[in-house]
Design a protein. Structure first.
Length: 261
């Protein structure tokens, strides 16, 4: 009887070792995804928000959510490695629960990103229309700077085209100053040091003529869809980790019981 229990315990040990190895591989991949999400959140906050804040439906909390989720994943991934190495079944069950929570968050984020992709496009157009009307007006320096940076970085001018500026207070002010209603900001210039951006109805040599909305839509379609798909894929990857953690915890408990028995 004792010999049979010893044989069972010995047969359980390789299973535990194998599952620990798989868990370490999972924890490493999980930790890397946390770093990626954290980097995307920081990038969104530092650079991308300057463009997205022009959208009428932009949520300023979004970058902080990404940063928070990424940081939590990195922390949980590190703790998961410790739990796996030490072989504490209770901690592994807790790790399994954390993975399930992360799965729900990432699944929700991925679905929301795919569902609201079209609304982001519409919201940006509406926000850009409002920004052009507020451009250069008193108390709207941040909007003015955001529009200038958008047009300079994306090499564009206006919403659909440079002509959108002709119906703005900026153009009306230029006309009152004796310049021309057919005017665009300097940020539309190809070269600010040598640029004619007044009276550009027929002379568009020195300015960019393509609108910014097209570039943003291309960016959204080219990046938001794949990012949402990756988020969904990563979320289901957490299920695999949760199953591994649960099975490893059960195997460790079984091995301890068999050794005691």
């Amino acid at each position: 009887m004792t010999k049979g229990r010893m044989d069972t315990a010995l047969s359980t040990a390789p299973v535990v070792t194998c599952m620990k190895t798989l868990m370490m591989v999972f924890n490493f991949i999980f930790w890397v995804t946390g770093i990626v999400i954290l980097a995307i959140g920081i990038w969104t906050k530092v650079d991308l928000y300057k463009y997205l804040e022009l959208s009428s439906i932009y949520q300023p909390e979004a970058p902080y959510v990404l940063i928070g989720v990424g940081a939590v994943i990195v922390l949980i991934g590190s703790l998961g490695c410790c739990c796996t190495i030490k072989g504490h079944s209770v901690l592994l069950y807790m790790f399994c629960g954390f993975l399930f929570i992360v799965f729900i968050i990432e699944l929700s984020a991925g679905i929301a990103l795919l569902v609201y992709r079209g609304k982001l496009e519409t919201g940006f157009k509406e926000g850009l229309q409002s920004a052009l009307q507020l451009y250069g007006t008193k108390g709207n320096g941040e909007i003015t700077d955001a529009v200038d940076e958008l047009q300079e970085k994306l090499v564009c001018c206006g919403i659909s085209s440079y002509a959108d500026w002709f119906k703005t207070p900026y153009a009306a002010k230029a006309e009152k100053e004796g310049k021309s209603i057919y005017s665009v900001p300097e940020s539309c210039c190809r070269n600010r040091h040598d640029c004619v951006h007044y009276g550009v109805q027929t002379n568009t040599t020195d300015i960019h003529i393509q609108g910014c909305h097209m570039f943003v839509v291309d960016f959204i379609n080219g990046n938001m869809g794949p990012i949402g798909g990756v988020a969904l894929g990563i979320s289901f990857f957490q299920i695999l980790g949760a199953i591994l953690a649960f099975c490893l915890a059960k195997s460790i408990n079984r091995a301890k019981y068999e050794q005691v028995a």
